[in-house]
Design a protein around this ligand. Structure first.
Ligand code: 13P
Ligand code: SF4
Length: 354
């Protein structure tokens, strides 16, 4: 049995050795390098949701990421599997921009203008707590990630004339623009205002109603950062995450999910110059993996997601030490009344995104 005075790294390796395939560590791309080195699967939120759903042998799934990701894994887990989150207060501030009460209030206000069950498809970004996924499951809707958001918004459009998309306005707007929807048909829903700050006519003319939420990490990238990067590094290609504002996405060469960004860089020829607008850990890791290219962070550092960065080797070791002692540290439990309908919404997403 490993002594808890050994280094956290040695204790984590010892737990991996002791549990073999019964212990799986998942790591989101935005985690720090010293944490990511322990991950059995590294990915974006869609890949990690799939990895959690596909794993049949693991008894313990340790999720190095933020709370909604671990909760999603717990909803998709099989009976007998336990998901553990090293930092229990690693919350995503974007996910906190909408909650069940506010969304139910919006839904009942929409009932004053239309029949939402027939006319409005609720879609939640995976960056949301489980009860919002459950809301979507109950009302015919689904979930999306930044990798499949456009596909899921098209799925919604094919079923109901309007979509209520929460909580990230930018992802919804950027995908809506790619679908050819004019900006005026994507009104913003401010939960503090009656009718979200819109007229009845604006809502009736809407194709996507965008919740007023944002990610502070991605909203920080500005058009001036792109203009500066192009001036400083002639020939540079600018790639940004779809959670950036529409103005930034419009000026960039392209935009996508974290995986889209990784694929673009992996496929580029030596000498390609990039300015990348997403979380700093991922950009720095890409720069180290591709010394044959020139990779810059789009805006000056720091550009970290503070809550993603809460997870440390020590907090991961606390979870694996617990397992070695037979204790569950920070298990994620989603009550069945929420997990059932949330899983319906997630399954719709997994089926629709192929
Ligand atoms: P991905 O879906 O690209 O992994 O993004 C998750 C996230 O939190 C981005 O800020
Ligand atoms: Fe949430 Fe933004 Fe952090 Fe992603 S980067 S986890 S959206 S706060």
């Amino acid at each position: 049995m490993m002594n808890e005075s050994s280094s956290p790294e040695r204790r984590i390796f010892s737990a991996k050795e002791r549990f073999g395939g019964e212990l799986v560590i998942l790591g989101h791309h935005y985690q720090k390098d010293d944490v990511i080195r322990f991950a059995d699967t590294v990915g974006d939120s869609l890949q990690l949701a799939r990895a959690a759903a596909a794993n049949k042998s693991a008894k313990y799934i340790v999720f190095c990421g933020v709370h909604f990701m671990a909760e999603t894994a717990a909803i998709l887990a099989r009976p007998g599997q336990t998901v553990l989150l090293p930092e229990s207060d690693a919350l995503c501030p974007l996910a906190e921009k909408a909650d069940r009460l506010l969304v139910e209030d919006a839904w009942s206000q929409l009932e004053g203008c239309m029949s939402p069950e027939r006319d409005v498809m609720p879609i939640t970004y995976i960056n949301s707590e489980a009860d919002l996924k459950a809301f979507c499951g109950t009302h015919g809707g689904s979930v999306c990630t930044s990798s499949n958001a456009r596909k899921i918004l098209e799925w919604a459009r094919d079923r109901r004339p309007r979509t209520l998309f929460f909580p990230d306005q930018h992802l919804g707007r950027n995908c809506g623009v790619r679908m050819g929807i004019p900006l005026e048909r994507m009104p913003l829903w401010d939960p503090r205002e009656p009718l979200g700050g819109n007229s009845r006519e604006e809502l009736l003319g809407a194709q996507i109603i965008l919740w007023k939420g944002w990610c502070y990490v991605h909203q920080r990238f500005l058009p001036t950062h792109i203009i500066d990067a192009r001036r400083r590094y002639p020939g540079i290609r600018v790639w940004v995450h779809l959670e950036c504002t529409q103005e930034v996405v419009r000026l960039a060469d392209d935009a996508g999910s974290t995986t889209d960004i990784l694929r673009m860089v992996d496929a580029a020829p030596p000498g390609t110059k990039w300015a990348i607008g997403t979380e700093e850990n991922l950009v720095n890791r890409l720069a180290r993996a591709h010394p044959e290219q020139e990779i810059h962070l789009l805006s000056p550092s720091p550009n970290n997601c503070i809550t993603m960065n809460k997870t440390t080797v020590e907090s991961l070791a606390r979870v694996t030490d617990g397992l070695l002692r037979g204790e569950l540290v920070n298990p994620i439990h989603v009550p069945e009344v929420v997990a059932g309908p949330a899983s319906v919404a997630l399954q719709r997403m997994l089926e629709a995104s192929g």
